[in-house]
Ligand binder design. Structure first.
Ligand code: SF4
Length: 445
C-alpha cells in the first residue's frame, strides 16, 4: 500500500525533564565522571536525511510532544527500545485520542513480545528504503546524516565534539542473547559515497574524533578498509565497536591508521559463560587483547554481562575485580536479559521463567527472569557493588592521560618539550573550540 500526501511525524520516547540519556551515567554510579549526553536519535536522523518530508521529534518532554499533536499529523511513527515501551504506549494512546489516523513503529522495540496490536504498521531493520517505498519513493542510495555529539564533563563543560559514523548496520553473527540477528541479520554497508560526504562535512567543521558505534565494525572487510583509508587520509582519530576476533587480527594495522579506541563485547571472563550464549570468543584471547590495548593507550569500553545461569554472588565479584586489572575506561555491566525474539528468550522462558512483566525494567540493569542462585533484590545490590568497583574514583584520571599519550604519539610529539607543549596546545585548543563554538551539538537536519 502506498501512502501519499500524508503529514507524518517520527518521534522517540519522551524524557522526564532531568532524564537526558547519558551513556556514562547509565554505567557509572559515581558523580565524578565524564559524560556523553545524547541529544539526537541516530535512527531518526537517517530517516530525515533520506526522506526529508518526514518531520522528526527527538527526546521531547511530554508537554512538547502534546503540543506537536495539535499540528494534525495523519501518521505518527515511534522509534524505541524495549524498555521505552511503557512510555511509548502512553504516547500512542495520546496520539489515538487526538485523532491520528495511523501509528507506525520501528527500531529494536518493535521486537517486544505482544505489542503488535498497538501499531498499524511496523518496520523491522534499518528501514529508510522500506519507509520510502511505503511513501511511493525510491532512494538512489542511503545518505549519511550529520551526527555530532559532545563528550565532556558533567554540566556545561564539554571536552570535544565527536562525529558519529555508521559504515554498515546489522550483524551476521548469532549470539544467543542478542536481538540484532532478529532485527537486521546481515551487515549492510552504508554506501561509500555517503560515508565520504559525511567525513568531508566533519572535516570542514574541524571534527577529527570519529565514533563508529554500529553493531559490528569490520565484518564488511573491503568496505571497512576503504573507510579506514578515508579516515586516515583526513587525519582522523577513530573509535569503533568491533569484535575481539576482528580486532585481535587487525589491531596493529588499524592503530597505525588512526584507531584510538574500541568498544568490545567481552561479555564474560569464564570460558563456559561465553560458550553458554554462543559468543564465539576465547577468553585467553580477550585477556591478551586487553593487555595489548593498554600498551597502546587506546580508549576501551568493555561490554560485560553478569547473571549467567551458573553465576553466583561470589564468582560475579571475583570476575569483576579481575576485570578492573585491565585499563578499561568504562566497563558497561549488564544483567543477562533474555530479550524477545532471541534464542535466550525461549530457553530462559522454558527452563526458569520470566518474572518481570514491566517492560521498563528490560534495560539490562534489572533481573527480569527467575535466576536459580540470585534474587532480584540481591542482583540490584550486586550491580551497585559492581558499578562501584568497576569505576573507582581514580579512574577519571586514566582516560585523559591515555588521550594525551595517544595524541602525542599521533602528532609525533614525543621527546621534546616544544612538541609536548604543541600537543597540549592542540588538545586544549580542541577543548576550547568545543566549548565556545558548540553550546549544544551542532545540528544539520
Ligand atoms: S552481540 Fe555483537 S557479534 Fe553477537 S550477534 Fe549481536 S551484534 Fe553480532
Amino acid at each position: 500500500m502506498v501512502v501519499e500526501g500524508k503529514k507524518i511525524l517520527f518521534v522517540t520516547t519522551y524524557l522526564e525533564s532531568a532524564d537526558q540519556y547519558d551513556y556514562w551515567g547509565t554505567n557509572i554510579s559515581g558523580k565524578v565522571r565524564f559524560s556523553y549526553p545524547r541529544f539526537s536519535s541516530y535512527g531518526l536522523r537517517f530517516i530525515k536525511k533520506n526522506i526529508p518530508q518526514i518531520e522528526i521529534l527527538e527526546y521531547p518532554t511530554i508537554e512538547e510532544y502534546m503540543d506537536k499533536l495539535r499540528e494534525d499529523y495523519d501518521i505518527i511513527g515511534f522509534s524505541f527500545f524495549t524498555h521505552e515501551y511503557p512510555k511509548i504506549k502512553r504516547m500512542i494512546e495520546l496520539a489515538r485520542r487526538s485523532g491520528v489516523e495511523e501509528i507506525w513503529g520501528g527500531h529494536y522495540g518493535v521486537l517486544t513480545d505482544g505489542i503488535e496490536k498497538m501499531f498499524d504498521k511496523t518496520f523491522v531493520g534499518y528501514a529508510e528504503d522500506e519507509v520510502a517505498d511505503t511513501l511511493g519513493m525510491e532512494l538512489e542510495r542511503v545518505k549519511h546524516p550529520y551526527l555530532v555529539d559532545l563528550v565532556g564533563l558533567p554540566g556545561k563543560l564539554r571536552a570535544f565534539p565527536i562525529g558519529v559514523l555508521f559504515t554498515s548496520r546489522g550483524c551476521s553473527l548469532k549470539c544467543e542473547f542478542c536481538q540484532t540477528p532478529a532485527f537486521c541479520p546481515e551487515s549492510i554497508p552504508v554506501p561509500i559515497e555517503s560515508i565520504r560526504e559525511a567525513i568531508a562535512e566533519y572535516k570542514k567543521d574541524g571534527i577529527v574524533e570519529i565514533l563508529i558505534p554500529e553493531e559490528h565494525f569490520g565484518l564488511q572487510k573491503k568496505h571497512s578498509e576503504k573507510v579506514i583509508d578515508m579516515l586516515d587520509e583526513n587525519g582522523m582519530n577513530w573509535y569503533a565497536q568491533t569484535s575481539i576476533n576482528i580486532l585481535d587480527k587487525k589491531l596493529d594495522d588499524w592503530y597505525d591508521r588512526g584507531l584510538s579506541g574500541a568498544m568490545l563485547g567481552i561479555e564474560g571472563l569464564r570460558q563456559e559463560q561465553v560458550d553458554s550464549v554462543s559468543k564465539n570468543i576465547n577468553v585467553d584471547k580477550t585477556v591478551n587483547l586487553l593487555n595489548r590495548l593498554k600498551d597502546k593507550n587506546t580508549f576501551v569500553i568493555g561490554n560485560y554481562m553478569i547473571g549467567f545461569v551458573d553465576d553466583t554472588e561470589e564468582n560475579i565479584k571475583e570476575c569483576v575485580l579481575r576485570l578492573t586489572d585491565f585499563s578499561i575506561d568504562i566497563i558497561q555491566i549488564c544483567i543477562l536479559t533474555p530479550f524477545p525474539k532471541t534464542p535466550l528468550w525461549h530457553e530462559i522462558k522454558e527452563n526458569y521463567g520470566i518474572i518481570e512483566n514491566d517492560w521498563s525494567k528490560w534495560d539490562t540493569k534489572h533481573l527480569v527472569w527467575n535466576h536459580p542462585n540470585i534474587s532480584q533484590e540481591k542482583m540490584d545490590e550486586l550491580l551497585k557493588w559492581c558499578f562501584n568497583k568497576a569505576y573507582p574514583r581514580y579512574r577519571i584520571f586514566q582516560t585523559p592521560i591515555k588521550f594525551y599519550r595517544l595524541h602525542a604519539h599521533r602528532y609525533k610529539a614525543v621527546g621534546t618539550r616544544v612538541s609536548r607543549l604543541r600537543t597540549i596546545n592542540k588538545i586544549v585548543g580542541d577543548f576550547w573550540k568545543a566549548n565556545v563554538r558548540f553550546e549544544e551539538p551542532p545540528s544539520k537536519i
